[in-house]
Design a protein around this ligand. Structure first.
Ligand code: 0A1
Ligand code: ZN
Length: 850
């Protein structure tokens, strides 16, 4: 292993850096394998620091020359950085280093993608560009000169000069190094323009490779909408003359909010009706908004240290969710977010990788860009808003921007702003940031003399490093329905602060049915033993759209669990409930399609495990298949009418209305294919005039065991388009039967287009394998071995993506002894690989519980 004893960094050890940076001048002389970076940095002693050690981070750099105040010096250089003696007064540090972007496959620092130079500096990539105090609390203005013969040369801030072979950029806003960016390439601009609320003109550009010009319009519109929304809703104006977005094919994450120069994974920005699904459009709109919103929540106000990552990420995810709710349907967005949280964050929070929203230690910060920090972090802000109310939230945010603009802050600063605004003591609420694990709320009810008593209890299981849990402040939104389905008590937010607490509702004529955790008011697991009949009642009558959907979901889950545990038949409550929902033409098609969704197989496995059963992936798969088939038969007569309701008589638009119709159309087609063997899907495939329809039809065909001709046809049609080819790869693994999944996956890895060094392609195949629950967990462990083989292969090339994908194994302790042994053996094999990266070492050892 590279680091025999990897170092752990602790939040409690935070110390300010000994020096402040007044200005940074960088000059890049670009060359594929020998780029020279010349830095000129003005330092001065930090009056607030006690430790004056002058340490600059630096990794994979060749130091050519170092100069302090004009005098050449010889620093003490290690593989992590350098130290040198410096004056006890302001001084100028100058250095020349050489780096090799052409061989940078880790995609961190300065690297190359299809002949284009680009950077990724968050979290700690700037130290691979030059020697610098690479920590977010060191902020400075930057001037950057790029010398190179590529036509487009970009960096942060405003352009301050250019001519043949060079360009200069000046960023007037102090920023930490992680927000630095540089792009150089043969790129084409899709231009745009925005006038800010104070009347300033901003030039917008979306830069893409030649050939992608036709995929820019949607992203540009999304950017303008985001800029306007942040002005209207948060009063935040853009602060530079120019805003550039660049699309790059090789990127580890979705996108990056570098000041004035956002860099996007192509998959997160390029879109056209022919090549992108409705889900792609929605995701792109959200990511563009997310990165743009970071300009205030992340850039103008940044994080003091990486433990505070949720300060910018939780808030920015919360803001982008608000944006999506406003642009599209709020209930649909809330349901999507709950589905996503349960699919990604709950397994993390209830397994060996569980960590607080604000972690207290890490070995590799890149391993903490997690669903917990991002999505649970956003839920925590949603709870805070629910507790203090919309008005106080708006005031607190205004105070946050006024008080902390230009600073690197902590969660304490954030909480204080709410305390100062509301006068509330938020000490207990703050546990949401420090206590890991998903709280479970159980419900007891009592009815006497017109008074209904609801007793809620909370408990959180032990998580790594946290054996004992304290009660949290949980906003539980509750409404009461009368026996005839009318709402007898409108939604009220109960504040659960004790381990157990009772709430009474008096003056009721008859025992009500409680609708609890409306709008998914907290990221918790609600254990409410409703009968099927009560769930069916809520499914028919709940006035809260989230809980109405949840009632159907819970009914489906209970039905499936009975089928798995007791070999029960599907049962009519679920089937009749679905029929009634589908028949209701007043319900939004998007909402109806969500109603037809089922809990994931992984969620069912978790539910079985939690209730003391050992989940059998094949039994889960069979139950889901059986319920799907029964549903198709039960609603059969309605399918033609539903199909006609989803027809669209207008040119394609990725808006929520059309997307909702296509979603319901897809769900209907899927049920239809179960009855006709794919005949209708083949017609749909042939008639498809947009990617949503084409891919849905192909997916239905493959799931029905047909579609091989169409699959080959799809590849021929789209082989020139890398983003569509990713879909072609992924779909085959997603739709493979459990028995064939490992073989289908292996065969795809032998395809000439399986460019495994490209993270999108790798994830399309290996991510799909990990997501195909029954296929990945196929008896005999072929899925486990295949994934491990590829993770071992990828690790030396791209540690970040390898480490993230190790989470496929995080649920290993849920399964039977044989599967546990096989997963453990693969994890151990990965851990024992010579020279394993720090990223993957940390992940595997946490998963193993070592
Ligand atoms: N800050 C970005 C996400 C991001 C994080 C790390 C990266 O490389 C390690 C890249 C992007 C966001 O929240 O969108
Ligand atoms: Zn972000």
């Amino acid at each position: 292993m590279r680091d025999a004893a990897p170092t752990t960094i602790y939040l409690k050890d935070y110390m300010p850096f000994g020096y402040l940076v007044d200005s940074v001048h960088l000059t890049f002389d670009l060359a594929d394998h020998a780029t020279r970076v010349t830095s000129r940095i003005a330092f001065c002693p930090n009056p607030e620091a006690t430790d004056r050690t002058f340490f600059l981070h630096g990794e994979d750099l060749t130091l050519i020359r170092a100069v302090i105040d004009g005098v050449e010096v010889t620093p003490n250089v290690t593989d992590k950085g350098l130290t040198v003696d410096v004056p006890d007064a302001p001084f100028i540090w100058e250095a020349v280093v050489e780096i090799d972007p052409g061989n940078n496959t880790a995609l961190e620092g300065l690297y190359m993608s299809n002949g284009m130079y680009c950077t990724q500096c968050e979290a700690e990539g700037f130290r691979k560009i030059t020697y610098y105090p690479d920590r977010p609390d060191v902020m400075s203005v930057f001037t950057v000169r790029i010398n190179g013969d590529l036509p487009v040369l970009l960096s942060n801030g405003n352009p301050s000069g250019k001519s043949e072979g060079w360009a200069e950029w000046t960023d007037p806003w102090p920023k930490p190094a992680y927000l630095f960016a540089l792009v150089a390439g043969d790129l084409i601009a899709h231009p745009g323009q925005f006038t800010t609320m104070s009347g300033r003109d901003v030039e917008l550009n979306l830069w893409v490779r030649p050939g992608d010009e036709g995929k820019c319009a949607f992203g540009m519109e999304a950017l303008k909408k985001s800029m306007k929304w942040d002005e209207d809703v948060y009063g935040r104006e853009y602060d530079l003359d120019m805003f550039n977005i660049v699309a790059v094919d090789d990127f580890n994450m979705g996108a990056m909010e570098n000041k004035g120069l956002n860099i996007f994974n192509s998959s997160a920005v390029l879109a056209s009706p022919e090549t992108s699904t409705d889900a792609n459009f929605e995701r792109i709109e959200a990511i563009i908004a997310h990165e743009y919103f970071h300009n205030w929540t992340g850039n103008r106000i940044t994080c003091r240290d990486w433990f505070q990552l949720c300060l910018k990420e939780g808030l920015t995810v919360f803001r982008d969710a608000q944006f999506t709710s406003d642009m599209r349907s709020a209930p649909v967005k809330r349901i999507h977010d709950a589905i996503d949280l349960r699919a990604r964050q709950f397994p993390e929070d209830n397994g060996p990788l569980s960590h607080p929203v604000r972690p207290e230690s890490f070995q590799e910060i890149n391993n903490f860009y997690t669903a917990t920090v991002y999505e649970k972090g956003a839920e925590v802000i949603g709870m805070l808003k629910r507790l203090v109310g919309d008005e106080a939230y708006a005031q607190a945010l205004k105070l946050y921007f006024d008080r902390h603009d230009g600073q690197a802050c902590t969660i304490e600063d954030w909480i204080k702003v709410f305390e100062d605004t509301t006068g509330r003591d938020l000490t207990q609420f703050k546990r949401w940031y420090s206590q890991s694990g998903t709280p479970r709320i159980s419900v007891a009810e009592d009815w006497q003399d017109g008074t209904y008593t609801l007793t809620l209890s909370q408990r959180t299981k032990p998580t790594p490093g946290q054996p004992e849990k304290l009660p949290q402040v949980i906003p539980v939104a509750v409404g009461l329905l009368g026996q005839n389905g009318d709402e007898v008590r409108a939604t009220e937010v109960l504040e659960l602060t004790e381990a157990e607490q009772s709430f009474t509702f008096s003056g009721l004529a008859a025992k009500p049915v409680a609708s609890i955790l409306r709008d998914f008011s907290a990221p918790v697991i609600l254990e409410h033993d409703h009968t099927d009949a009560e769930r069916a009642f809520l499914l028919a009558h709940d006035t809260d759209p989230f809980n109405r959907w949840q009632a159907g979901r819970s009914l489906a889950q209970d039905t499936l669990l009975r089928m798995i545990r007791e070999d029960a038949a599907p049962g009519t409550n679920y089937l009749d409930g679905m029929l009634a929902v589908l028949r209701d033409g007043d319900l939004d098609p998007a909402y109806r399609s969500l109603m037809l969704g089922l809990p994931t197989q992984s969620e069912l496995a978790a539910a079985l495990f939690e209730s003391g059963n050992v989940p059998d992936p094949m039994a889960i798969w069979t139950a889901v298949e059986t319920l799907r088939q029964a549903t198709a038969q039960h609603v059969q007569d309605l399918l033609p009418r539903l199909h006609s309701e989803t027809l669209i008589d207008a040119p394609f638009s990725p808006d929520a209305d059309q997307a909702g119709k296509r979603a319901l159309g897809g769900a209907v087609l899927y049920l239809t294919s179960r009855l006709d063997g794919g005949a209708k899907a083949a017609e749909e495939y042939a008639a498809a005039d947009n990617m949503t329809r084409q891919l849905t039809a192909l997916s239905c065909l493959l799931r029905a065991g047909a579609g091989q001709t169409e699959l080959a046809d799809f590849y021929r049609q789209w082989q020139h388009d890398r983003l569509v080819v990713d879909k072609w790869f992924g779909l085959q693994v997603t739709t493979a039967s459990p028995e064939t999944t490992p073989d289908v996956t292996r065969t795809l890895t032998e395809h000439p287009d399986f460019n495994w060094k490209n993270p999108n392609r790798f994830r399309a195949v290996m991510g799909a394998l990990a997501m195909n629950h029954a296929g990945f967990h196929r008896a005999g462990g072929a899925g486990y071995a295949l994934l491990a083989d590829w993770l071992i292969r990828l690790d030396p090339v791209n540690p970040q993506t390898t480490a993230r994908m190790c989470s496929a194994f995080q649920t290993w302790k849920r399964y039977d002894v044989d599967r546990q042994d096989r997963m453990k053996a693969q994890l151990t094999r990965i851990a024992d690989t010579p020279n394993l990266s720090r990223d993957t070492t940390e992940m595997v050892s946490r998963i193993l519980g070592a």
